[in-house]
Design a protein around this ligand. Sequence first.
Ligand SMILES: Cc1ncc(COP(=O)(O)O)c(C=O)c1O
Length: 431
Amino acid sequence: MQPLANSRSVALHQKAEQVLAMGVSSGMRRRATPIPLYFERGAGPYFYTADGRKLLDYTLGWGPLIVGNNHPRLNAAIAAQLARSYTFGAQQELELQVATAMTKAVPGLEQVIFSNTGSEAVQAAIRLARATTGRPLVIKFEGHYHGWMNNVLVSYHPTGGAANQAQPACGGQPEPEYSQTLVLPWNELAALETALEAYRGQVAGVITEPLLANSGCCEPAPGYLEGVLKLCREHGAVSIFDEVITGFRLALGGAREYYGLTPDLSVYGKALGGGFSFAAVGGRAEMFDCLRDGHTIHAGTYNGNSICLAAAQATLEILSEPGVYDAMNQHGQRLRDTLQSAASECDLELLTTGAGTVFSLHFSLSAPPRNYRETLSASAELRQQFQLAMLEAGVYLLPDGRWYVGATHDAAALDLASTAIRSSFSTIASF
Ligand SMILES: Cc1ncc(COP(=O)(O)O)c(C=O)c1O
């Protein structure tokens, strides 16, 4: 690999820091190691750096690129739409088509509303929960990420304190803006039951990532999600799956299909737009009565804009073809098998957790973590060494050990990844 000191990425990053606060456009990207790389183009599962390096990408742009970059069918759909309109700020048949495709694909989804980002759509879901129930409180779980807004960016990745103490994640978050958010440890039904009892009649909704993708891809314990939905029903609270990551990823019908569960509301983003800024909330028709009767509102200049709708429509068409999820899931499983066997050949203790096309690596952990706190015992140092070695070997990964697999990850990608995995483990085992 070209020494980073002389790379265009370093030069561009230094220049960017003069004019772009942070030097990056999302705070999450500051964690990129060794530096935030600059890219010029992407094609299929490959990213091309500003230095002309071709990297096999398993970040998928933090999840959205489920059909890769530069997909001919997505390009054609968007090019055709460009000639028709960018946006109307008014109605078009495409809205109806995408809403129909979503409700057809996802079990229990009768109606949807459109938004632009996951963060916004989460806020819409919370507003719906409050407007429907007339209650103020929202329960979220430690380690879960629901966007960067003040009321949900609490106890995301705390380094201390109690697991049921709402902790702001950054400066500029005044306490009154998250004082209506209760935080609980995840995967513990008793904790939820106790909180719903203690705040009886006050909890509007419970929001959870169905698979804890943002903190080590922890899986829900058997019966846990069912228990959450049951407790919500018993206490009249709206159950919300934040499917911004799991939606159209764990299956075409997302976590609802994968786990066979139907929460009151689900929030979608990322994969739904195939790399374009598109998000949605969906659920039973009655969950949107409070919008229909004008009790509350949902708005946005760019909601249902033409280009993002066209991207979502094409993405859903591609994902709906037979065999797409089987192939992606198989690729994910093969990667995990290779990671496990190659690690054990090098005497490295490694666990992978997750489902299908999204999984995380945990070094030096003896049992799969059940929640955010348990992921903290894994070796962040080994994870980082591995990620750097993989970059050296031509594979681009997220800094937190999470892998995303997409529809364009083929046999050639698997070969390349497997070779890189083996050489990277040998490298870090020799330290
Ligand atoms: C589960 C989950 N919810 C919400 C969001 C926020 O989505 P966005 O970044 O599109 O605002 C994210 C982003 O990573 C997410 O992973």
